[in-house]
Design a protein around this ligand. Structure first.
Ligand code: FE2
Ligand code: FE2
Length: 171
């Protein structure tokens, strides 16, 4: 078992941590159904969430602070666990930005019994669009990583092809 609870100047192996957490989340709940929902351009919610987890762990590993790495990884992977097609109606399209963190947190709570840090990561990741800021440093990291990843995913494929082709694939 890798020591992933808290990091203090001991970076965790991001690839291993993410893979183990994906296996755990996939063994119950609806995590793998994120593969059926498109998010940014051609990126699925699943791939976006893995991308956010990779960037979040990279940020945490580069900082001289302690992080709850289990909660950071789970929160990053579940931060968009809203489980619907954004374009299915005008209402969902218009209100998505504000409502999906609440829906995602409720879904994650029902399926996985998330802790306070994980819930805060999910509920506050859209700050400052939603006005209440993150409470925990793990939630700040995911909030920043999400914006970086969303920006990259919206860029034309010819710009991001090199970046994505060097990434890991998780199934
Ligand atoms: Fe989101
Ligand atoms: Fe996101």
């Amino acid at each position: 078992m890798i020591a992933t609870k808290y990091k203090k100047n001991h970076p965790v192996c991001s690839e291993q941590e993410i893979q183990m957490t994906i296996q755990s989340l996939s063994s119950k709940g609806r995590f793998t159904s994120e593969k059926t929902f498109l998010h940014h351009r051609e990126t699925t919610v699943y791939d976006h969430s893995v991308h956010v987890a990779e960037v979040s762990l990279a940020i945490a590993n580069s900082l001289p602070f302690s992080f709850d790495m289990n909660s950071l990884t789970r929160g990053a992977l579940l931060h968009d666990y809203f489980l619907y097609h954004r374009n299915e109606s005008v209402k969902t399209y218009v209100t998505h930005g504000y409502r999906h963190p609440i829906i995602a947190a409720d879904n994650a709570k029902a399926d996985y019994g998330i802790n306070d840090i994980e819930e805060n990561i999910i509920r506050r990741h859209m700050f400052p669009l939603t006005p209440i800021p993150p409470k925990y440093r793990e939630a700040w990291v995911v909030c920043i990583a999400d914006k970086c990843c969303a920006t990259l995913e919206f860029l034309p494929a010819r710009i991001t092809r090199h970046h994505l082709s060097n990434g890991h694939s998780y199934s």
